[in-house]
Write a new protein. Structure first.
Length: 131
C-alpha cells in the first residue's frame, strides 16, 4: 500500500509542479507537500486491511512450515469479500495458519510439517516445570 501511495504522491507533486511552474510559488508547494505528508500519516495509522497476493500467502506458509496453495486461499477468501463469518478479516496470517492446520489450503500430495513426538513434548514441558 505504501509503495502505491508514494507513487501517487510523486505523480500528484509532479502535476502540481507543472501547474505552478519552475518560478511558481514555493509557499504553495510547501503547503501541498505538508498536506500530503499529513495524509500519509493518517493512512499509515488507519491500518486498513490489504488483501495478500498468492505469492505472499505461499511465502508466509513456507515460513510456518507448510506448502500452501496461495491461489486457493485467495480465491476462497476473495469470494467471501475477505470476511470471516460476519466480520471483516483483520489478519490474513492468522487465517492462513488456521487454514493450513485444517489442511484445506495445502497443495495436494504434500505432507504437513513434522510434529514433535508427544512423549518428547511431555519431557520438554516437564523439564521446564510446566507439568
Amino acid at each position: 500500500m505504501c509503495r502505491k501511495f508514494d507513487e501517487a504522491v510523486f505523480i500528484f507533486l509532479s502535476a502540481i509542479n507543472d501547474l505552478v511552474g519552475a518560478e511558481g510559488s514555493q509557499e504553495l508547494q510547501d503547503v501541498l507537500e505538508q498536506e500530503l505528508l499529513n495524509m500519509k500519516i493518517i493512512l499509515a495509522k488507519s491500518k486498513a486491511f490489504v488483501p495478500p497476493t498468492p505469492e505472499e500467502i505461499e511465502k508466509e506458509a513456507e515460513g510456518l512450515g507448510y506448502d500452501a496453495d496461495g491461489d486457493k486461499f485467495c480465491e476462497f477468501y476473495g469470494s467471501k469479500g475477505w470476511m470471516v463469518g460476519k466480520s471483516k478479516m483483520k489478519s490474513w496470517v492468522m487465517a492462513l495458519n488456521r487454514a493450513c492446520k485444517d489442511g484445506w489450503c495445502l497443495r495436494s500430495g504434500k505432507k504437513e510439517p513434522q510434529r514433535e513426538d508427544p512423549e518428547e513434548t511431555l519431557k520438554r514441558l516437564q523439564a521446564k516445570g510446566y507439568c
